[in-house]
Design a protein around this ligand. Structure first.
Ligand code: G3P
Length: 217
């Protein structure tokens, strides 16, 4: 079952989407929080109080000890917080250590299937293949999701595949078909999922016709 997360640090967007009721988690990163110009911890807590699901907070240390320290501090903020570490050797060490402490880890910046295999072996709760950034350099981002799905199914890894760096609704459709567990969407793409010109046209026609129906006062 594909879950839908929002890829944002904008609290208004999270509030709006959560009110509609189809958001099961949220992913943030340093770039997204930089765009908001707000304190990261404060923003994370606000998001956690709105979203009933995992909220990813990203570490910025490059060494495992630093990642663990930052991860533990984030995890104390709210029970919904999960920790993003980069797909590096130090990141995988931090993934093992945080997982052993019962803190869930999202391994981010995954661009090849071998990285996803290593993340699963390190106990990652989530692996985040960045499909849009691969497409941007003329590589097939969706094939990466298919390869990871196959590897995880071959060996029964429970790590969830989160399709990240999504650019448009076709990425969501193809990720679902490829068996991704989660797709994290920029707010714009989340809105686009609802839309079709024939839906709008159909509503207009029904409303116009309804006006012509004789009604008893
Ligand atoms: O959350 C990480 C990922 O979704 C970033 O996407 O658009 O910066 O490639 P993007």
């Amino acid at each position: 079952m594909v879950k839908i997360f929002l890829d944002t640090a904008n609290v208004s967007e999270v509030k709006y989407a959560a009110d509609i009721g189809l958001i099961e988690g949220c992913t943030t990163n340093p770039t997204l929080i930089m765009k908001e110009g707000r304190d990261y911890n404060e923003t994370l807590v606000e998001i956690c109080n709105i979203v009933n699901g995992p909220v990813s907070a990203e570490t910025v240390a490059l060494d495992a000890e630093g990642m663990v320290r930052e991860g533990e501090a984030f995890a104390k903020l709210h029970k919904n917080i999960i920790i993003k570490v980069p797909m590096t050797q130090q990141g995988m060490k931090a993934c093992r250590l945080l997982t052993a402490k019962g803190i869930r880890v999202n391994v981010t910046l995954c661009f090849q299937a071998n990285q996803a295999l290593l993340a699963a072996k390190a106990g990652a709760f989530i692996i985040s293949p960045f499909i849009g950034r691969l497409d941007d350099i003329s590589q097939d981002g969706m094939q990466l999701i298919r390869d990871i799905r196959q590897i995880y199914d071959n060996y029964g890894f429970g790590t969830q595949i989160l399709a990240a760096s999504i650019r448009h609704p076709i990425h969501v459709l193809e990720s679902a078909k490829a068996g991704a567990n989660i797709a994290t969407l920029p707010f714009k793409v989340w809105e686009q999922l609802f839309q079709h010109p024939l839906t709008d046209k159909g509503i207009k026609q029904f409303l116009d016709d309804w006006e012509k129906v004789p009604k008893k006062k």
